[in-house]
Design a protein around this ligand. Structure first.
Ligand SMILES: [Zn+2]
Length: 160
Protein backbone atom coordinates (compact mmCIF):
# COMPACT_ATOMS: atom_id res chain seq x y z
CA UNK A 1 0.00 0.00 0.00
CA UNK A 2 2.77 2.52 0.66
CA UNK A 3 3.85 2.31 -2.99
CA UNK A 4 0.40 3.49 -4.09
CA UNK A 5 0.88 6.64 -2.08
CA UNK A 6 4.17 7.55 -3.64
CA UNK A 7 2.99 8.47 -7.09
CA UNK A 8 -0.28 9.50 -8.69
CA UNK A 9 -1.31 6.84 -11.19
CA UNK A 10 -2.66 9.43 -13.62
CA UNK A 11 -0.17 12.26 -13.69
CA UNK A 12 2.77 10.53 -11.95
CA UNK A 13 3.11 13.37 -9.47
CA UNK A 14 5.08 12.60 -6.36
CA UNK A 15 2.22 12.74 -3.93
CA UNK A 16 4.30 13.76 -0.99
CA UNK A 17 4.62 17.18 -2.60
CA UNK A 18 2.16 17.57 -5.39
CA UNK A 19 -1.29 18.86 -6.07
CA UNK A 20 -3.30 15.70 -6.49
CA UNK A 21 -2.25 14.15 -3.20
CA UNK A 22 -5.70 15.20 -2.00
CA UNK A 23 -7.06 12.41 -4.18
CA UNK A 24 -5.28 9.87 -2.03
CA UNK A 25 -6.36 11.04 1.36
CA UNK A 26 -8.55 8.23 2.72
CA UNK A 27 -12.20 9.06 2.13
CA UNK A 28 -11.44 11.99 -0.17
CA UNK A 29 -13.71 12.41 -3.16
CA UNK A 30 -11.29 14.54 -5.16
CA UNK A 31 -9.74 12.88 -8.17
CA UNK A 32 -6.49 13.82 -9.84
CA UNK A 33 -7.26 17.00 -11.83
CA UNK A 34 -5.68 15.45 -14.93
CA UNK A 35 -7.69 12.23 -14.73
CA UNK A 36 -8.98 11.14 -18.13
CA UNK A 37 -7.10 13.82 -20.06
CA UNK A 38 -4.86 13.16 -23.03
CA UNK A 39 -1.17 13.50 -22.15
CA UNK A 40 -2.01 13.82 -18.45
CA UNK A 41 1.61 13.22 -17.45
CA UNK A 42 2.95 15.88 -19.78
CA UNK A 43 0.32 18.40 -18.69
CA UNK A 44 1.08 17.76 -15.03
CA UNK A 45 4.82 17.84 -15.64
CA UNK A 46 4.44 21.20 -17.36
CA UNK A 47 2.22 22.66 -14.66
CA UNK A 48 4.44 21.56 -11.80
CA UNK A 49 7.14 23.65 -13.42
CA UNK A 50 4.85 26.46 -14.52
CA UNK A 51 3.60 26.95 -10.97
CA UNK A 52 6.92 25.97 -9.42
CA UNK A 53 8.74 27.82 -6.68
CA UNK A 54 11.69 28.52 -8.96
CA UNK A 55 9.62 31.18 -10.76
CA UNK A 56 9.04 33.17 -7.61
CA UNK A 57 11.04 36.29 -6.98
CA UNK A 58 12.50 34.78 -3.82
CA UNK A 59 13.42 31.38 -5.28
CA UNK A 60 16.72 30.09 -3.97
CA UNK A 61 19.46 28.50 -6.01
CA UNK A 62 18.55 24.99 -4.89
CA UNK A 63 15.00 25.39 -6.22
CA UNK A 64 16.31 26.78 -9.49
CA UNK A 65 18.77 23.92 -9.92
CA UNK A 66 16.06 21.40 -9.12
CA UNK A 67 13.78 23.04 -11.69
CA UNK A 68 16.55 22.87 -14.28
CA UNK A 69 16.69 19.11 -13.90
CA UNK A 70 12.90 18.84 -13.88
CA UNK A 71 12.75 20.77 -17.16
CA UNK A 72 15.35 18.42 -18.58
CA UNK A 73 13.26 15.40 -17.54
CA UNK A 74 10.11 17.06 -18.85
CA UNK A 75 11.67 17.69 -22.28
CA UNK A 76 12.83 14.06 -22.28
CA UNK A 77 9.27 12.85 -21.59
CA UNK A 78 7.98 15.05 -24.41
CA UNK A 79 10.62 13.70 -26.75
CA UNK A 80 9.48 10.18 -25.91
CA UNK A 81 5.87 11.09 -26.72
CA UNK A 82 6.92 12.66 -30.02
CA UNK A 83 8.71 9.52 -31.19
CA UNK A 84 5.51 7.87 -32.35
CA UNK A 85 4.26 10.95 -34.21
CA UNK A 86 5.05 12.75 -37.43
CA UNK A 87 5.06 16.36 -36.28
CA UNK A 88 8.12 18.13 -37.72
CA UNK A 89 7.15 21.56 -36.34
CA UNK A 90 6.80 20.08 -32.85
CA UNK A 91 10.21 18.42 -33.19
CA UNK A 92 11.73 21.77 -34.11
CA UNK A 93 10.09 23.40 -31.09
CA UNK A 94 11.39 20.63 -28.86
CA UNK A 95 14.86 21.19 -30.27
CA UNK A 96 14.56 24.91 -29.51
CA UNK A 97 13.47 24.11 -25.98
CA UNK A 98 16.44 21.81 -25.46
CA UNK A 99 18.77 24.47 -26.86
CA UNK A 100 17.28 27.13 -24.60
CA UNK A 101 17.82 24.90 -21.59
CA UNK A 102 21.36 24.01 -22.56
CA UNK A 103 22.17 27.71 -22.86
CA UNK A 104 21.71 27.82 -19.09
CA UNK A 105 24.42 27.21 -16.56
CA UNK A 106 22.40 25.53 -13.80
CA UNK A 107 24.95 26.72 -11.23
CA UNK A 108 24.10 30.29 -12.13
CA UNK A 109 20.46 31.04 -11.31
CA UNK A 110 20.64 34.65 -12.50
CA UNK A 111 17.97 36.47 -14.54
CA UNK A 112 19.34 35.22 -17.87
CA UNK A 113 19.31 31.61 -16.70
CA UNK A 114 15.73 32.02 -15.48
CA UNK A 115 14.72 33.59 -18.78
CA UNK A 116 16.21 30.70 -20.75
CA UNK A 117 14.53 28.17 -18.48
CA UNK A 118 11.23 30.01 -19.00
CA UNK A 119 11.76 29.82 -22.75
CA UNK A 120 12.47 26.10 -22.54
CA UNK A 121 9.23 25.61 -20.62
CA UNK A 122 7.29 27.69 -23.16
CA UNK A 123 8.60 25.54 -26.00
CA UNK A 124 7.58 22.47 -24.03
CA UNK A 125 4.08 23.92 -23.78
CA UNK A 126 3.98 24.48 -27.53
CA UNK A 127 4.89 20.86 -28.21
CA UNK A 128 2.23 19.61 -25.80
CA UNK A 129 -0.29 21.79 -27.66
CA UNK A 130 0.90 20.32 -30.96
CA UNK A 131 0.38 16.81 -29.62
CA UNK A 132 -3.12 17.73 -28.43
CA UNK A 133 -3.93 19.48 -31.70
CA UNK A 134 -2.94 16.32 -33.58
CA UNK A 135 -5.67 14.54 -31.62
CA UNK A 136 -8.16 17.32 -32.45
CA UNK A 137 -8.09 18.59 -28.88
CA UNK A 138 -7.76 22.17 -27.61
CA UNK A 139 -4.46 23.34 -26.21
CA UNK A 140 -3.42 22.91 -22.61
CA UNK A 141 -4.29 25.84 -20.31
CA UNK A 142 -2.29 25.75 -17.08
CA UNK A 143 -4.54 28.32 -15.42
CA UNK A 144 -7.35 25.75 -15.44
CA UNK A 145 -5.28 23.83 -12.90
CA UNK A 146 -3.95 26.76 -10.89
CA UNK A 147 -6.11 25.96 -7.88
CA UNK A 148 -4.21 22.69 -7.44
CA UNK A 149 -0.93 24.45 -6.97
CA UNK A 150 0.47 26.86 -4.48
CA UNK A 151 0.31 29.83 -6.81
CA UNK A 152 -0.01 32.90 -4.64
CA UNK A 153 3.47 34.22 -5.14
CA UNK A 154 4.20 33.01 -8.63
CA UNK A 155 4.69 35.92 -10.99
CA UNK A 156 2.92 34.81 -14.13
CA UNK A 157 5.01 35.65 -17.12
CA UNK A 158 3.80 35.78 -20.67
CA UNK A 159 3.88 32.53 -22.55
CA UNK A 160 5.61 32.58 -25.89
ZN1 LIG B 1 -2.35 13.16 -10.39
Amino acid sequence: MPTRQLQCETCKAELEYEACKAAFVPGAKIACPYLGMAYAELRAGHDRLYFGKWRRMDADLLEIRRAYHQIELHLGAIKHSLESTDLPAARRDLEKGINALHAVDPRDGGPEALRDMDHALSYAHRVIDDLLSEMGLPGHTPMDFAEWYDTEEVPFREEL
